[in-house]
Design a protein around this ligand. Structure first.
Ligand code: IZC
Ligand code: ZN
Length: 420
């Protein structure tokens, strides 16, 4: 008989997220979560080796046993959109915001993203690594075990590569699995002011090396007023695809330019933000395989009344994921649980839709659907034990961290202190 490395027993409610059907979860499928009450799981060699009831687990042998004490257990969360690696911080922008100066105007004046670019250029690779590691530790403490990380604060060859190398090193050394995205088209640096097309050609020169050194899987662009137009974004991402990359787009975040339609046209893996998406854009998304990654923390933090039209999207059949958008400007938080609350309160998403959006669908948004987002036999044992009685409790009790224990590939990598 198998001796498991770890058995987690006495699970009150377990969301396996192992839904029927294939592909991203959308439409009717979102109404119901795959739940096992009074559950147990067994872990062997870092993988899920048994899923059953607490009673069945009585018979089983294990080196270590964890008593979940009737709590909620879920797969590790997936955060599919972060700007993890950056120098400095932007607390000075809070006062500007309070004076009513819009985000894009701060950028136009050389602040915003460009101030982070300066700090990131000045930081050594080692400094960036240590800073990003602290953020990543906090991300893990919130129950997130797979994270996408973008570059985009270099905007020159050397610093973009420096950021991407930091992500690669963190992926090798930190328990969290990282998925890397090249966002060289994040803003136009001072030295290219007024020369966006030339700048994009300059960034395209990096694509072959990034591919060769496996420094990123995705290429992304900030398609926005005063940054990159739809035409410029199309040209840049088309070149990225020709170089063998999958693509993503920061689309219709602040102004509705038509980035959503471009994401569908280019068969982007995800279109992100989508606050200004048109009716036509929603329809096209619904008929596509492009994941809508919604970032309600950003609308909240930018003080916007308008949010992504999640209800209309979901009701039209769009597949939706959620993310923190963790970054030093428009969403300085690692707390995906807070985003789950904002999704409930601002996007009117149901608890069931929210859980799919931070597990299975978030994994699809970064092409990790076969390894992340589900508790399923033979998959990596990325598991969270929550100080919560049921799944609806997490979006409800907002602003705090409900994580009790995080296991990554079967190992306990975070445990709440005795205060829990
Ligand atoms: O640093 O402001 N929107 N990029 C596009 C961001 C927000 C990150 C930032
Ligand atoms: Zn972003």
């Amino acid at each position: 008989m198998t001796t498991f490395d770890t058995l987690i027993v006495n699970i009150g409610q377990m969301l396996t997220m192992d839904h029927q059907g294939t592909g991203p979860v959308r439409g009717e499928q979102l109404r119901k979560l795959p739940i096992i009450e009074n559950a147990a799981i067994g872990i062997k060699d870092g993988r899920i080796a048994f899923i059953g009831t607490h009673d069945e687990a009585h018979e089983l042998a294990a080196i270590a046993k964890i008593d979940a004490k009737g709590k909620l257990v879920t797969p590790g969360l997936v955060d599919p959109h972060t700007h993890l690696v950056f120098g400095g911080s932007r607390e000075n922008e809070l006062a500007l915001k309070q004076q009513g100066i819009p985000y894009l105007e701060i950028l136009e004046r050389g602040g915003g993203i460009l101030s982070t670019v300066q700090a990131t250029r000045e930081a050594s690779e080692e400094q960036l690594l240590e800073k990003a590691r602290l953020h990543l530790d906090r991300i893990l403490s919130y129950g997130i075990t797979t994270v996408e990380a973008k570059s985009g604060y270099g905007l020159d060859h050397e610093t973009e590569l420096k950021q991407l190398r930091v992500v690669k090193k963190l992926n090798e050394t930190h328990p969290i699995d990282l998925v890397s995205t090249f966002l060289g088209a994040h803003a136009i640096p001072e030295e290219y002011k007024g020369r966006a097309t030339e700048f994009l050609i300059f960034m395209e020169q990096l694509l072959a090396q990034i591919k060769e050194e496996e420094l990123a899987e995705f290429v992304d662009v900030f398609c926005e007023t005063g940054v990159f137009s739809v035409e410029q974004s199309r040209a840049f991402l088309t070149t990225a695809k020709e170089n063998g990359f999958d693509v993503k787009i920061h689309a219709d975040e602040i102004d509705p330019l038509g980035g959503t339609e471009l994401a569908v046209e280019l068969e982007a893996i995800s279109g992100d933000h989508l606050v200004g998406t048109s009716d036509e854009g929603i329809q096209r998304l619904a008929e596509s395989n492009t994941m809508a990654v919604l970032l309600p923390g950003t609308s909240f933090y930018l003080g916007k009344e308008k949010n992504a039209r999640a209800r209309e999207m979901i009701d039209a059949g769009v597949a939706v994921a959620l993310s923190t958008d963790f970054n030093p400007g428009s969403s300085p938080t690692e707390n995906l649980q807070l985003i789950m609350s904002l999704a409930a309160l601002k996007l009117k998403m149901t608890p069931e839709e929210i859980w799919y959006a931070v597990t299975v669908n978030a994994a699809y948004a970064i092409k990790r659907e076969s390894v992340a987002g589900k508790i399923k036999l033979n998959r990596p044992a990325d598991v969270v034990i929550w100080d919560a009685p049921n799944y609806s409790y997490i979006p409800y009790h907002y602003g705090v961290n409900h994580v009790n224990t995080v296991l990554k590939q079967g190992k306990v990598v975070f445990k709440r202190g005795s205060q829990g």
